[in-house]
Design a protein around this ligand. Structure first.
Ligand SMILES: Nc1ncnc2c1ncn2[C@@H]1O[C@H](COP(=O)(O)OP(=O)(O)OP(=O)(O)O)[C@@H](O)[C@H]1O
Ligand SMILES: [Mg+2]
Length: 321
């Protein structure tokens, strides 16, 4: 199951992605946390030292593409593979229960409380004028498109702030999207924007209230987002202490905030996986991307990369064994 944390800048996406990843890892299943934000802070929020961060996926796109395309005859070379190129027969698929593939071993590091961490990498001076951040985030889109995940396995993605996440098809690659909202007018305005956009794509989204100080804050959120409000996390002294650099584990979190994380996990687990929507939208965004720029950039008709007989989801994996 894949989940994205989105919301206004500073609302708590990184903090909640990290807490949710830790909580979920402590309740069983494999968890991969992915930092897909231009400001890379998820590693720190997962308790990693700066020097211990994994290799950035965004700087090794060619290597990732070369592996994922496998011997798919529809993809002529790694350079003809763009961020939306969907898997087809011959492509290499990734699994969380067998993370021994070169993508997981090469780009993921285990963090102190169990989740693996993958990162797109920061936007560096060298990138100015030659790459845009969206191309780095494309590594995450490729990863998710080639991942066959099941119940009890989790990918948690910390996304860029605001509506930037709509710049690509990435926002459609999730089983559930948690929109983090502070109880403020700006917090809920990002929610409205996201909700309207997501509705056109049948993307399930719920609101997680954050830094809530009391019943008035909860009432404010309820008034503005209605039944989309799933749960609220309180303003947390433990999180503040963690930000100040004090040692922190999940045990330090207030019981009400732990319970809220539990509610997020229960809701995610109850979500139906919809592989057919996933496959349909992969193709829709690939065709759109091909027409918008990718055909021109690669000099190929990238619509031909779509394999009409490829079935998204676990069927393909069991057939290939
Ligand atoms: N429940 C909470 N209680 C107390 N502080 C919190 C809580 N949630 C987040 N914070 C604090 O709010 C600040 C912003 O949080 P965070 O960095 O997670 O937001 P973000 O949405 O990822 O921001 P950005 O858009 O910059 O990536 C941090 O200092 C964090 O410690
Ligand atoms: Mg952040």
């Amino acid at each position: 199951m894949r989940v994205a944390f989105v919301g206004k800048g500073g609302s708590g996406k990184t903090t909640l992605s990290a807490l949710f990843a830790r909580y979920t890892a402590s309740h069983g299943g494999p968890v991969v946390a992915v930092d897909a934000d231009i400001n890379q802070h998820l590693g720190m929020a997962l308790g990693m030292a700066d020097g211990a961060l994994p290799r950035p996926m965004g700087s090794h796109l060619a290597e990732i593409k070369e592996y994922l395309r496998g011997d798919n005859p529809r993809i002529s070379s790694a350079s003809a593979m763009v961020k939306t190129t969907p898997p087809g027969r011959g492509s290499r698929l990734l699994r969380l229960d067998e993370p021994g593939d070169p993508i997981h071993t090469g780009f993921a590091t285990v963090t102190p409380e169990g989740p693996r961490l993958m990162v797109t990498g920061p936007f560096s001076e060298d990138d100015l004028g030659v790459a845009c951040y969206h191309s780095k985030v494309g590594a995450v889109e490729l990863y998710l498109n080639h991942l066959v995940d099941g119940a009890g396995e989790y990918v948690v993605v910390d996304m860029t702030a605001g509506a930037d996440s709509f710049a690509s098809g990435l926002f459609t690659r999730f089983d559930l999207t948690f929109l983090v909202a502070e109880p403020t007018r700006q917090g809920v305005s990002v929610y409205r924007q996201y909700r309207d956009y997501a509705a056109d794509y049948d993307v399930p989204i719920v609101v997680v209230g954050n830094k809530v100080h009391g019943p008035d804050d909860v009432a404010f959120l309820r008034e503005h987002v209605g039944d989309d409000l799933l749960v609220c996390l309180e303003h947390s002294a433990a999180i503040r202490a963690m930000e100040q650099g004090r040692p922190f584990t999940l045990q330090d979190l207030e019981p009400a905030n732990s319970a809220a994380l539990g509610r997020l996990l229960t809701h995610l687990d109850a979500q139906e996986k919809d592989w057919s929507r996933f496959g349909r939208q992969a193709i829709r965004f690939h065709l759109r991307n091909a027409e918008a720029w990718a055909n021109r950039a690669t000099g190929e008709d990238l619509a031909a990369q779509i394999d009409p007989d490829f079935v998204f989801g676990p069927t393909r994996v069991s057939l290939s064994r």
